[in-house]
Design a protein around this ligand. Structure first.
Ligand code: HEM
Length: 524
């Protein structure tokens, strides 16, 4: 009797193991699976996933599925699939894949990677209101002042342009969240922040650490055998300490601000904003911790975009020249471009869009996770499925874009979304900012910053390939000069940056001088 029972249990276990990894019939198609692993053995490294997913999209269609043991991933490669699944079922497609390591390193409250919970929803709502287009406009004066320091640095130390762009974006993100600026990239806190930011990205991005969520027993390893656990715990402590330091300063500014300072400081930073909400001390701590992750989200993204823009301007002198003509006609020589000028710059607008199309910052977006079953066409995307938006594949689809491998801003002059005739359906301008409820909260701020900075850079400088001191020839660069990854970043590159004329130099010096009064208000 016992022997029969044990035999049945054994057979049951084997049968279960054999169906583990098998694709359910109601799922979208995908690459053939093998027992137990599913597609795990052919899953690409994270830095290659946009390429492999694009190849699979061409073979299996705009929606395909991948099995990772018993887990399911669905990859969307069309604007329509994203709209129908992530936008329309937003309330059940807006969590993130649960990751033990995220909880260990950020208590589950890294806004970008946190699972959907009632408290997270409250935090995101506060962030979304704070960064709404109207609110984001309140940061215009300080953003404009910060950009004059960027121009000044590029004029005086052009070889450090990448560092200057990094400082500029970090300063804007710090001002937005903590009301404090970062006057120098060499400041110890700025350097420490960058270290923590890169550590945080390593921790949260899938594939860098062993698959603890797939093999939960790995959680219980002693730290000496599992350095990833130690790194994650340390990251949490380091982040909390730096965050407390920033918050203390922000709070002291808020409490010492006089009513007449309102437009200068009070109400401008996120910490100040949430200090006016009626939050319990515990809630305040969690909300304010999200300020740190907000600073992370705002720092590297826009900086990466601006570095791409510089690379592309240097690679394509003909487009640079056309953008210059446009800006010179509208702005002239006597002043810097302002955000209000942007509506008269169709070509620069097209250039900005084409830079994001050719090298989208997050080529496979940031994964979403379903909390209920979703029906789409004849498929069922089950609860607890990871949903990937393969933006790269959409932007490189020859059915949608003419010669998608070619950098050509002109396509956005010919049609609003740069797509072939009749292919505009369901396209929107902000696909690179994600979809549904988790769509980028900083979109408006990022757009304003990119538009203002792009106009000012093109107005002020000429960008060209660096000259090799050995051969005295320009160093050739092309659009493949990128580090593939979760975030697409140009490899560090040299570039020749020269101010376009003496008149422009004078305007920059005067603007930076005028901005100092605003900038100094935010220095501690
Ligand atoms: C070019 C610049 C930027 C790009 C391409 C970008 C892109 C993204 C993407 C793809 C997401 C995930 C959306 C999704 O899950 O569907 C995201 C989320 C987010 N972004 Fe951005 N972002 C940029 C700039 C910024 C800035 C400047 C800020 C803040 C100051 C910011 C704050 C956030 C936040 C808080 C989230 C989390 C939203 C959530 O999970 O609920 N981003 N961003």
């Amino acid at each position: 009797m016992i022997a029969t029972f044990l035999a049945l249990v054994f057979v049951g276990c084997i049968a279960r193991l054999l169906i583990t990894g098998r694709r359910e019939r109601t799922l979208p198609p995908g690459p053939p699976t093998i027992p137990i692993l599913g597609n795990l053995h052919i899953l690409p490294q994270v830095d290659q996933s946009h390429l492999k997913f694009t190849e699979w999209a061409r073979r299996y269609g705009d929606i395909f599925s991948i099995k990772i043991a018993s887990n399911t991933m669905v990859v969307l490669s069309s604007a329509t699939a994203i709209k129908e699944i992530v936008d329309k079922s937003s309330w059940i497609a807006s969590s993130r894949p649960p990751k033990y390591i995220s909880i260990l390193s950020a208590g589950g409250y890294h806004v970008l990677f946190a699972c959907d919970t009632p408290l997270l929803r409250k935090i995101r709502k506060a962030i979304a209101r704070f960064l709404s287009p109207a609110h984001a406009m309140r940061h215009s004066p300080i953003r404009s002042a910060e950009s004059t320091q960027l121009l000044y640095e590029l004029m005086t130390h052009p070889e450090d342009f990448s560092k200057s762009i990094g400082r500029y974006m970090h300063s804007i993100a710090m001002l937005t969240t903590y009301g404090q600026r970062v006057p120098s990239a060499a400041s110890p806190n700025a350097q420490y922040f960058m270290e923590l930011l890169h550590q945080s990205m390593r921790i949260h991005v899938h594939g860098n650490f062993p698959p603890i969520d797939l093999i939960p027993v790995l959680k219980y390893l002693p730290e000496r055998w599992a350095p990833w656990l130690a790194i994650s715990r340390r990251s949490r402590a380091q982040t909390a300490a730096l965050h407390s330091e920033f918050t203390e300063v922000a709070i002291s500014h808020v409490s010492s601000a006089k009513p007449e300072d309102d437009t200068a400081r009070q109400g401008e930073c996120f910490i100040s904003y949430i200090s006016k909400m009626r939050l319990s001390p515990e809630e305040f701590d969690t909300f304010s911790y999200s300020a740190f992750t907000l600073t992370e989200a705002g720092t590297d993204t826009t900086a990466t975009y601006l570095r791409s823009l510089v690379l592309i301007l240097a690679v394509y002198p003909e487009y640079q020249e056309r953008a210059r003509q446009e800006i010179d006609d509208v702005v002239g020589l006597a002043r810097l471009p302002e955000l209000a000028d942007f509506s008269q710059m169709p070509f620069i607008n097209a250039l900005i869009k084409e830079v994001t199309r050719i090298q989208p910052i997050f080529p496979t977006g940031i994964p979403h996770y379903t909390t209920e079953d979703i029906r789409y066409k004849d498929y069922i995307i089950p609860k607890n499925t990871t949903v990937i938006m393969n933006i790269y594949s959409i932007f490189r689809n020859p059915d949608i874009f003419d010669e998608p491998e070619v950098f050509n801003p002109e396509r956005y002059i010919q049609s609003e979304h740069g797509t072939r005739d009749g292919m505009d359906t369901d396209f929107r301008d902000n696909l690179i900012f994600g979809a549904g409820r988790r769509i980028c909260a900083g979109e408006s701020m990022a757009r304003n910053t990119i538009q203002l900075t792009a106009m000012r850079l093109i107005w002020a400088f000429s960008f060209s390939s660096a000259v090799d001191p050995q051969t005295s020839r320009p160093v050739p660069r092309d659009l493949d000069f990128y580090e593939p990854g979760f975030m697409t970043t140009p490899h560090p590159f040299r570039c020749t940056i020269q101010v376009r004329s003496g008149d422009r130099r004078e305007v920059i010096l005067r603007a930076f001088d005028d901005a100092k009064e605003v900038l100094q208000r935010y220095e501690r």
